[in-house]
Design a protein around this ligand. Structure first.
Ligand code: ARG
Length: 717
């Protein structure tokens, strides 16, 4: 056991990316891998002060915010800050035309004005334990035990699977109120048992208006120079015992084990910065064939979203009520859309695939130089490439389906209803109770639904599908699919479906069940599911081969790079990245400064463009230079700054800290010139865009008039 354990540990500890500042590091390994470099770069904290499982440490102040962002606790009373775009869906959900917190902003002026957000959670990491050695030993022993069986691999895998379950159950028993997960790293070469505690009473404290929190809109998204006040605030509540509790008026502000201090001193070029948070997904171990597949599929996504967003935008621009309903759906779609366009561009500009091919050629040369390596790793790249070839057609068709007809909201409503209904019946409810349960499950969605918009989208998306689908993916709608009259079909479906409004559905449930069961949307879904299932089967047929060979290829890379440090792909587990404040040169003769000031907001102002409106109160504060204690030493108001920290989606809202671990900003974006960053780090070009904490505090205090919140924080001058 010890030997295997040491082998894995040494692999994990020794392989490295050669480039400085690249890396989304695992917290339990920073002592071994990063402490010295961090210290040399200006970090004053010990690894124990950053990540400790026995004492409070920075990791206790950094949280998963909802399902896809990071947040940080900045007071002893559970006050939390994250990005505006991370709080966006919650703020939108709480808004109505009368109380439009997205458009107008909001500040609770006392605790009774903090607004509960149903469904929003905040999750704290308790600890991470490497269980790789234990699981590999078990697998090895099981293989030995079943060596005479024809299905020894399956048997050994099931023993390991049972032990994984066991470890999770035991961990949850030993850590009350927590949940545990086993996550794989390095494409299945390393495993950690991770324990989390999730708080479920999270309340909205405040945010600037969208004209500040989303200043620059989609035009500036993914780009520098930037002037966005991308932050929002929440508070975590707990039961009287400080443990997670469902919402209750009796709950009290959560007392965190640790919270971040806030520095008003700012940073300069070259200063040390570190970011902790939850990066979602990177593909830094993917092969050239996988990258080629990824980038080809982008074209379908981009075209479908272009179509859909065009329709949404038209409706949104025509009516503020629709803008509010669709704000979150639009932002989410547009963010991915622009990311894929940028990624594709960067792939070309930076020659990403050729670089990957070069790396693979060098790797293959190393593999072929020794027989034992050839046996272990010699086939992996070829096998991956064949798997990709075998599944690419299905993948393209699935993406087409997913980005087009699966995005028709009526389809989502109807299929969610069906799912909830079936589940209720399975749980023993009779038909009428189950119909009611299913109705309750989807009724909230109608608040943000606008039938004419969805109808329009449905026609466009079904046409798009029809024009682009391969013949084996034609929908069985009872006629000649390729020559169908899409508009007539959609008209009939929308005219006759009970799912186009909450009221219609409610009436049908109480008056005429048959209408629900014979709804035209259900036939359409049936046809989609038929094709979808077929495609998923085709695609997953390659999963095992792909996973197995990715694991082998990654293990090969690790051996090839033995002696250097390494970090695994992002997988929404907590990581640390360190670097410095740094300007960059996006193209010949152009250099971008590493920070922006409020002057830039005024330069970008365009009262005729929704994305670049500047609230008059902000203008007044600017003109009066009324920046309070938050200005730079030279009197200007800082807005955003750049670092070369290595982040990706999921890091949004992450604390950017100085060498003392004090908060200096919030990470919120990447930059256009390095949009390929999820697959390859670009030291010269890749930057992390952060909002300066001094602008955040200025907005809370001077703009929002909620200075009482600043008093709750620990400011360092
Ligand atoms: N690009 C940012 C990210 O992926 C999201 C910014 C949201 N803003 C927007 N204009 N859609 O984290």
């Amino acid at each position: 056991m010890k030997k295997i354990f040491c082998l894995f540990l040494s692999l994990a500890v020794l392989f490295t990316s050669a480039r400085a500042d690249e890396g989304m590091w695992l917290l339990p390994l920073i002592q071994k891998m990063n402490a010295k470099t961090m210290k040399d770069m200006g970090c004053k904290l010990t690894p124990e002060e950053i990540y400790s499982i026995n004492n409070s440490s920075l990791k206790d102040a950094v949280v998963q915010f909802g399902g896809g962002c990071t947040g940080e606790i900045i007071s002893a009373e559970g006050l939390l800050v994250t990005n505006h775009h991370c709080g966006y869906s919650s703020i939108q959900k709480l808004s109505s035309e009368d109380h439009n917190y997205l458009e107008d902003g909001y500040w609770a002026m006392e605790s009774s004005e903090e607004i509960p957000v149903p469904g929003l959670t905040v999750t704290f990491l308790q600890k991470m334990t490497d269980v790789t050695g234990m699981l590999s030993k078990l697998r090895k022993e099981s293989l030995k035990q079943y060596k005479d069986s024809t299905n020894k691999i399956e048997l050994a895998d099931s023993v390991v699977e049972a032990e994984r379950k066991n470890l999770v159950e035991q961990a949850e028993k030993d850590n009350e109120g927590c949940h545990a997960e086993i996550e794989q790293f390095y494409n299945g070469n390393v495993f950690y048992l991770i324990i989390y505690k999730k708080y479920k009473d999270v309340r909205f404290v405040g945010a600037p208006p969208a004209s500040i929190g989303k200043f620059g809109g989609e035009t500036d998204n993914w780009m520098w120079p930037r002037h966005t006040g991308d932050f929002s605030m929440f508070r975590v509540y707990a039961g009287k015992d400080n443990e997670p509790a469902e919402y209750s008026v009796d709950n009290v502000p959560y007392k965190p084990k640790d919270h971040l201090k806030i520095s008003l001193n700012g940073v300069n070029n070259g200063d040390f910065t570190m970011i902790m948070g939850y990066p979602g997904r990177t593909q830094r171990f993917q092969t050239a064939s996988q990258l080629e597949e990824m980038i080809t599929v982008h074209d379908i996504r981009i075209a479908a979203r272009d179509l859909r967003q065009g329709i949404m935008l038209k409706f949104m621009e025509a009516d503020p009520a629709i803008r509010l309903k669709y704000a979150n759906k639009y932002a989410g779609s547009a963010n991915g859309y622009k990311k894929w366009i940028g990624e594709k561009k960067a792939f070309g500009n930076l020659g990403i695939i050729d670089e990957e091919k070069g790396k693979e050629a060098a790797f293959t040369k190393w593999v072929n130089a020794r027989k034992s390596r050839k046996e272990k790793y010699g086939q992996a790249l070829q096998n991956i490439s064949e798997s990709v070839d075998n599944s690419i057609a299905a993948e393209k068709s699935l993406v087409l389906l997913d980005e087009s007809i699966a995005n028709i909201e009526l389809i989502g409503l109807s299929s969610n209803f069906n799912g909830a209904f079936k589940k209720a019946v399975k749980n023993g409810q009779d038909t009428s109770a189950a119909l009611q349960t299913a109705y309750d499950a989807i009724k909230g969605y109608y608040k943000d639904y606008y039938e004419p918009l969805d109808r329009k989208e449905a026609s466009a998306l079904l046409s798009f599908y029809k024009d682009n689908a391969s013949p084996d993916c034609y929908l069985d709608l009872g006629g000649d699919f390729k020559n169908m009259d899409v508009d007539a079909y959609v008209k009939n479906m929308f005219d006759n479906s009970v799912f186009t409004s909450g009221q219609k559905l409610k009436n049908a449930i109480s008056e005429d069940n048959e209408k629900v069961f014979k709804d035209p949307a259900r036939d359409f879904i049936k046809a989609i599911i038929g094709i979808g299932m077929k495609l998923i089967m085709e695609e997953t047929a390659e999963d095992d081969t792909l996973q197995q060979n990715s694991r082998i290829y990654t293990a090969g890379l690790m051996e090839w790079n033995k002696g250097k440090k390494s970090y695994p792909d992002a997988n929404f587990t907590m990581r640390l990245t360190y670097g410095t404040v740094k300007p960059y040169s996006p193209k010949d003769a152009v250099t971008y400064r590493s920070y922006t000031t409020m002057k830039g907001i005024m330069e970008k102002e365009d009262s005729t463009n929704y994305e670049f409106k500047v609230p008059s109160k902000l203008k007044k504060l600017y003109e009066a230079k009324d920046f309070g204690q938050y200005a730079r030493k030279d009197g200007r108001m800082p807005i955003c700054f750049l670092t070369n920290n290595d982040i990706t989606g999921g890091n949004s809202g992450s604390p950017v800290m100085n060498g003392n671990g004090e908060l200096i900003g919030l990470a919120f974006d990447g930059n256009w010139e390095s949009m390929s960053s999820d697959v390859m780090f670009e030291p010269e070009l890749q930057r992390c865009i952060c909002v300066d904490i001094r602008y955040v505090l200025f907005l809370i205090d001077k703009y929002g008039g909620a200075g009482y919140l600043v008093k709750e924080m620990d400011l360092v001058q």
